[in-house]
Ligand binder design. Structure first.
Ligand SMILES: [Zn+2]
Length: 331
């Protein structure tokens, strides 16, 4: 069966080819931007898988993982098509601004499905929804601890309530191999208010997961390898690469995430490392005023695993101190 060329933005690849180009986000109420895109068109037919990183441009390990996959994916070995967006938020990356797109101050993973006439983040999200999500069969969104987040690797299993789709995403997340998994069930159900990228795919009936590795501006080889190897295993599960997926056999599931926020502004000192198991009530960090007097003690609201903890001394009132995942045996 003959396959035709596949184009995303200006990247058009014929079967057996890899093409690079840009998703051109036109100027609107603010500046235009160009999002790099790669299409790996496999020699053999198969599904379309979208891999997206860098919505938060300083979550570097996830960006470098996709840069490696751009180099290493061989179209001759691939069945189907892989769309790679290694860096959605170029302005964040270039200017080293965490969390948001500095052009409009918005997180680039909170405004999906986007708006054609919105600010740059909304216009980019709209284009990604139209050009990438709507044309993909599966999607993986890559994140990590941002510049100020000391994070241990984990993945999300988005539970939609649709048993067939949930079975696929459960397998996909187990195939990916990150063995700490958040069960995320209270997500927006409306495809027109999907908010997050992976949820934009899931609310359109396309199985999608999100994965996180890396922390505090680092590019640790182990974090990058976990994301690269996880992707290859997920592609084997989807039969897009030869070989068998390695499925996580005994993951730690989290049924609830508790966010601890600071009640005071000042200087933050952590008392536990990322990944630490804490008991309810344990001190996990504290905030002093600028003269060294303790003004706030952060305690674990429940027993669980510190998925991330603030990695820098800067602390404003209401900022996140840590996320604690409560373990469940019934995902
Ligand atoms: Zn992120």
């Amino acid at each position: 069966m003959a396959q035709s060329s596949f184009a995303v933005g200006t990247a058009a690849a014929a079967p057996g080819q890899k093409a690079t180009g840009f998703l051109e986000v036109p100027a609107g109420v603010d500046a235009a931007t160009s999002i790099p895109v790669v299409v790996v068109r496999g020699a053999k037919p198969g599904p379309v898988l979208a891999l997206v990183s860098g919505a938060h441009g300083t979550e570097y390990a996830s960006i470098i993982a996709l840069e490696q996959l751009i180099q290493s994916l061989d179209p001759a070995q691939v069945s189907g098509t892989v769309i790679l967006l290694p860096l959605v938020n170029i302005q964040s990356f270039a200017q080293k601004v965490p969390h948001v797109n500095p052009v409009d101050g918005k997180s680039m993973n909170r405004f999906y499905p986007g708006k054609a006439d919105g600010t740059q983040t909304e216009r980019a999200s709209w284009l990604i929804t139209k050009q990438v999500v709507e044309r993909a069969d599966y999607l993986i969104d890559y994140h990590g601890g941002d510049l100020d987040e000391n994070l241990r690797p984990y993945a999300y299993w988005p539970k939609t309530g649709n048993p067939k789709q949930d079975a696929v995403t459960r397998d996909l997340v187990l195939a990916f191999g990150l063995d700490h998994i958040i069960v995320w069930s209270d997500r927006p159900k409306d495809p027109n208010a999907s908010r997050y990228l992976d949820n934009t795919a899931n609310t359109r009936g396309k199985p999608a997961i999100a994965v996180e590795a890396g922390y505090s501006g680092t590019v640790e080889p182990g974090d990058v390898a976990a994301l690269v190897n996880g992707t290859l295993s997920a592609m084997r599960y989807l039969k897009m690469l030869p070989g068998t997926a390695t499925m996580t056999e005994h993951p730690v599931w989290f049924g609830k995430i508790d966010t601890v926020t600071s009640e005071q502004a000042g200087v933050f000192y952590p008392l536990v490392a990322r990944g630490t198991y804490v008991e309810q009530g344990m001190r996990i960090g504290y905030v002093t005023d600028y003269f060294g007097k303790t003004i706030y003690e952060a305690r674990a609201p429940a027993s669980g695993v510190v998925l991330y903890i603030c990695g820098v001394p800067s602390m404003k009132k209401g900022d996140t101190v840590a996320n604690v995942g409560e373990i469940t045996n019934q995902p």
